[in-house]
Design a protein around this ligand. Structure first.
Ligand SMILES: Nc1ncnc2c1ncn2[C@@H]1O[C@H](COP(=O)(O)OP(=O)(O)OP(=O)(O)O)[C@@H](O)[C@H]1O
Length: 373
């Protein structure tokens, strides 16, 4: 979460034992060999055998003599008017047999949506008239959202729609230009300490203290939230086991894979058992098995009374796990509500496409298909 100050090296080069530089001579030579003939010979001569001895350059194969070209077979078109007249008129074309009409495609039935019967007046996160501009760009243009307690709330939208900007403002990471945000009655910008105590955040751009081990990072996150050392140790073990990071807790976070980093960041966001979890693209870089594992952890959290707000580009995932969803387009929310209300009988993806008009095609990229030789 943003309340964690950035380390000077956060997001920087990976630490740990220096890696042995990889040898790539064979690759380089192979690459050179693919070059045109003039350089190919010198490249071949420079290839070394594994014991360091230069291998003899191959003798170039003798060129095959070019076979004489056959004259073109196509008959030439009649040149004179007389010859034109002599030409027989073309036989009339037989009309095509009309095709049997294709069977109308039946769209696959949308999967059943997750239904949670929640009190619409018991609101955990309330956003009203939220506004944010960056210079001449209006990133968020007056968004209203109401997230009921106990919901698994999905936020979807095309690239640049304003999802991250909205979630950053909702969690106190970015100051809005207008509007208000409250978490269980605490105004995020007037009472940041009160609101932040209730929130766990997985921000879009992870900036972690990656020179710490996983265990140290969890210890830091837990003690920052006021937990004592015993509780932190216990919860760290529980979270590491749940996220499959048990064996990695002793290793530096900088040496984690992208998916592992996401999971340790998520564990850090959950260690203080927040009432609201705000997760910006939590499944990005996470393998399908781990994603399912994370979903199960979040479902247990929601079943126990927690509330999750997450953004994702995976319509399938949102449709499968969320009971409510908001679609953000150009900084506004044209549709929000239960998944069934938003998808209006179709799939979430169909509704998303109808609202975003995202049907760009590859016109203008014809050059991409032409060879660069
Ligand atoms: N710090 C910034 N400075 C200038 N413009 C910004 C900044 N942050 C976001 N924007 C702009 O605000 C708009 C919304 O960006 P945002 O990151 O919220 O979109 P998003 O919906 O999260 O996109 P994506 O799905 O690609 O992550 C974009 O036009 C973006 O270029």
């Amino acid at each position: 979460m943003s309340s964690e100050p950035d380390t000077p090296d956060a997001g920087g080069a990976r630490s740990g034992a220096p890696r042995t530089p990889r040898r790539a001579p064979a690759k380089t030579a192979a690459k050179s060999a693919a070059r045109p003939a003039a350089s190919a010979a010198s490249a071949a001569a420079s290839i070394e055998s594994p014991d360091g001895e230069p291998t003899p350059a191959r003798t170039p194969a003798p060129k095959r003599p070019a076979s004489p070209r056959k004259p073109a077979q196509r008959p030439s078109a009649p040149r004179t008017a007389a010859a034109k007249e002599a030409k027989e008129p073309a036989a009339p074309r037989t009309p095509r047999t009309p095709r049997t009409p294709a069977r109308p495609r039946t769209a696959p039935a949308p999967p059943p949506s997750v239904v949670r019967d929640l009190d619409p007046d018991d609101i955990v996160l309330e956003i009203s008239g939220l506004l944010k501009r960056f210079g001449s760009t209006t990133a968020v243009a007056g968004i209203d959202l109401r997230v009921p307690r106990g919901s698994f709330y999905g936020i979807v939208g095309p690239n640049g729609a304003g999802k991250t900007t909205t979630l950053s403002m909702a969690t106190g990471l970015l100051r809005p230009d207008g509007g208000s945000i409250s978490v269980l009655g605490h105004d995020v910008w007037r009472d940041p300490a009160g609101a932040k105590r209730l929130i766990g955040v997985l921000p879009d751009r992870l900036r972690l203290f990656d020179r710490l081990t996983g265990r140290q990072l969890l210890h830091y996150a837990g003690t920052l939230r006021g937990l004592d050392a015993t509780a932190v140790a216990q919860r760290s073990d529980d979270l590491a086991a749940a996220f499959g990071l048990g064996d990695a807790l002793g290793r530096l976070v900088s040496d984690y894979s992208a998916g592992m980093t996401k999971k340790i960041a998520l564990a850090s966001a959950m260690i203080h058992s927040p009432r609201l979890l705000v997760l910006d693209e939590p499944f990005e870089s996470v393998d399908p098995v781990s994603a399912q594992n994370v979903v199960e952890i979040l479902e247990r959290y929601v079943a126990a009374g927690g509330t999750v707000v997450l953004s994702s580009h995976s319509m399938d995932m949102i449709q499968r796990v969320c009971d409510r969803v908001a679609i953000i387009v150009e900084g506004a929310v044209p549709a929000q509500g239960t998944v069934d209300e938003v998808r209006e009988g179709g799939t979430l993806e169909q509704r998303f496409l109808s609202l975003t008009g995202e049907h760009r095609n590859a016109e203008g990229l014809e050059w991409l298909l032409s060879s660069s030789d």
